[in-house]
Write a protein that binds this ligand. Structure first.
Ligand SMILES: [Zn+2]
Length: 481
C-alpha cells in the first residue's frame, strides 16, 4: 500500500515537473522583429532649446497663491519664438489659461487621430534641499553627458522633443498620415485641470483617438534583475487614488483624570490594526503582460517561474513585495499621511483624525476599498469617509495587441538597439488618466533612459536620452499609418 502511494506520488511529481518544463521551453519571446536605426547626433541648436526651456520656472506649487503666471506666459512665448513653423502650420488653442492644445491636420481623414501629451509644469525645489543641488536647477547646465535641472525628466524633455521634431518635419513640408493632437497641460503635478479641460473639449468635439501617448514608463538599461538587455516599460494602466479621513470623537476633558480610552487611543489602535492588515497581493493584467514579455528573456530559473505563475505565484509575489516599488506593483497600498489631535498638553482632545492615502490596483474600486477599510478596522467608533473629491479609480488597461501599443513598441525598437518592450503598471498619476473617454488605448512612456533625481535633487537626463527621444518621436510621426 505504501509502495503504491509512493509510486503515485512520484507519478504526480513527474507530471508536474513535465508541465513546468514544457511551459518553460514553450515560453517564447513575444517581441516584434524590428531592426533599430542609429539615431542622428544631437545638434547644438536642439540642445540650446532644451536648456532654454529649463530656465522658465513653470512651477506647480501646493499653495495656489504662489502660482506665477508670468513664467507660463514666458514659456509659451518661448515656444512660439523657437518653433515658428510649427505655430504657422499647426492650429493652437490656449485652454484653462495656460494649457496648450495643438492640432496637426493629417493626410487621411479616415484614420483616427492620435494624441501626444506632455506637461509644462514642474515640481518646486524644496527649501531644505536648495543647497544640496550640484548646479542651479533652472540654469539648464550640461555636464558629464547629462542635462541638469528641474523638469529635465519630468517632463520638459517630452515637450521639447515633440516640438523639435514637429518643427523639423514641418520645415520639410511633411504631413502626418493621421491628424496629431499635441496636449501640453500646465498643472499635471497638482491634479491636471488643464488636461481634464482639454480631454472634455476633445470629447465634446466627438474626437476618438486611436491612441494617446503620455509620460509614465521609460527605458531602463540596468534596473531589472536578471536582464542583460535594456527594457522599455510601457505603462498600460495607472493605479487609482483615494484618501480616507479616519475620525474618532469621544468625550475629552482634563488630563489629570483621564478616561480609560481617549479619541487618540482609539484612532491609534484603528490605524495600527489597519496597517497590520495590508491588501492581498495579486497579479494585475499589466503584471501578467510583464511576465509574458520579460520572462522569455530571463535566465532559466526566473523564466521557469514567469512561465508557470499558477505554480510560482507565491514566490513571485513574495519577491516583488520585498521592495517598495515592487510591492506597489502588486498591491493596493495604504499609508497614513496626516494625523491631527489635541491643542494643549493638559487637555484630552475630543476629536482625533488621520488621513490614509490609498493607491488602487486595476480591478479595485474606491467604494470597495472603503468597505474593506471599515471591516479591517472593525470599530464603529472610527468613522471612515473620503477626504475630498480628489478620487480617481484605477485606469482601464490598454490591450497590448492593439494598434497603439504595437506601434509604439515597434517605434521604440526602431529607435534603440536590442531593446525588449514590456507593459507595466504605472504607480504614480499622469495627465493621461483624464483621457479614458478620448481613447481606450493609452500608453504611458517617455523615451528616456534611466533618468536621475525625478522630483528630487540633481534631477537630470542623459544626452543619450534626449537623442533617443528626438529619434523616437521622429520615427513615430513619420510612420502613423
Ligand atoms: Zn510628470
Amino acid at each position: 500500500m505504501i509502495k503504491k502511494f509512493f509510486l503515485f506520488l512520484l507519478f504526480v511529481v513527474l507530471i508536474l515537473v513535465g508541465i513546468v518544463l514544457f511551459n518553460t521551453f514553450r515560453f517564447q519571446p513575444n517581441q516584434q522583429a524590428v531592426e533599430s536605426v542609429p539615431a542622428p547626433e544631437l545638434t547644438e541648436t536642439s540642445l540650446q532649446h532644451f536648456q532654454q526651456a529649463l530656465s522658465y520656472k513653470t512651477i506647480s506649487y501646493g499653495d495656489p497663491s504662489l502660482f506665477d503666471s508670468s513664467q507660463f506666459i514666458g514659456f509659451r512665448k518661448f515656444l512660439e519664438a523657437t518653433y515658428p513653423k510649427t505655430h504657422e502650420v499647426l492650429s493652437r488653442e490656449i485652454v484653462a489659461g495656460y494649457s496648450l492644445l495643438y492640432k496637426w491636420e493629417g493626410k487621411n481623414a479616415d484614420l483616427k487621430p492620435v494624441v501626444l501629451m506632455a506637461h509644462q509644469d514642474v515640481v518646486p525645489i524644496e527649501e531644505a534641499t536648495k543647497s544640496m543641488w550640484t548646479v542651479d536647477p533652472f540654469a539648464g547646465v550640461i555636464k558629464d553627458n547629462f542635462i541638469w535641472g528641474r523638469g529635465t525628466t519630468d517632463d520638459k524633455i517630452n515637450v521639447i522633443a515633440i516640438l523639435e521634431t514637429v518643427e523639423k518635419l514641418v520645415i520639410e513640408n511633411f504631413q502626418p498620415e493621421r491628424t496629431v493632437y499635441i496636449v501640453f497641460g500646465h498643472d499635471e503635478e497638482i491634479g491636471g485641470k488643464g488636461a481634464t479641460t482639454i480631454a472634455k473639449l476633445l470629447k465634446d468635439r466627438n474626437i476618438a483617438a486611436e491612441f494617446v501617448l503620455d509620460e509614465g514608463g521609460l527605458i531602463t538599461a540596468e534596473k531589472v534583475p536578471g536582464m542583460t538587455k535594456p527594457i522599455a516599460l510601457l505603462g498600460t494602466a495607472e493605479k487609482g487614488y483615494l484618501s480616507l479621513k479616519l475620525s474618532v470623537s469621544l468625550p475629552g476633558g482634563h488630563s489629570s483624570m483621564p478616561e480609560k480610552e481617549t479619541a487618540i487611543d482609539v484612532l491609534a489602535k484603528g490605524l495600527n490594526t489597519l496597517r497590520g492588515k495590508p491588501f492581498e497581493p495579486e497579479f494585475s493584467e499589466p503584471m501578467h503582460g510583464l511576465m509574458q514579455s520579460l520572462g522569455p528573456e530571463m535566465p532559466f530559473v526566473q523564466r521557469m517561474a514567469f512561465a508557470n505563475p499558477w505554480l510560482f505565484k507565491k514566490l513571485i509575489l513574495g519577491t516583488y513585495s520585498q521592495s517598495n516599488t515592487g510591492d506597489a506593483m502588486i498591491r493596493t497600498t495604504m499609508v497614513p499621511t496626516i494625523i491631527e489631535a489635541g491643542i494643549k498638553d493638559n487637555v484630552v482632545p475630543t476629536v482625533a483624525t488621520a488621513v490614509v492615502n490609498f493607491r488602487l490596483l486595476p480591478g479595485h474600486t474606491s467604494d470597495q476599498v472603503i468597505e474593506d477599510v471599515k471591516k479591517k478596522i472593525d470599530d464603529e467608533r472610527v468613522n471612515v469617509a473620503p477626504l475630498n473629491k480628489n478620487v480617481s479609480e484605477p485606469s482601464p488597461v490598454t490591450p497590448i495587441n492593439g494598434f497603439g501599443y504595437q506601434k509604439i513598441a515597434g517605434t521604440i525598437k526602431k529607435s534603440y538597439p536590442q531593446i525588449i518592450t514590456s507593459p507595466f503598471l504605472v504607480i504614480g498619476a499622469t495627465d493621461s488618466r483624464h483621457f479614458t473617454e478620448v481613447s481606450s488605448n493609452i500608453i504611458k512612456f517617455s523615451p528616456m533612459i534611466d533618468p536621475i533625481g525625478f522630483h528630487g535633487i540633481d534631477e537630470r537626463v542623459s544626452l543619450e536620452s534626449y537623442k533617443t527621444a528626438l529619434w523616437f518621436y521622429e520615427q513615430l510621426l513619420r510612420d502613423l499609418q
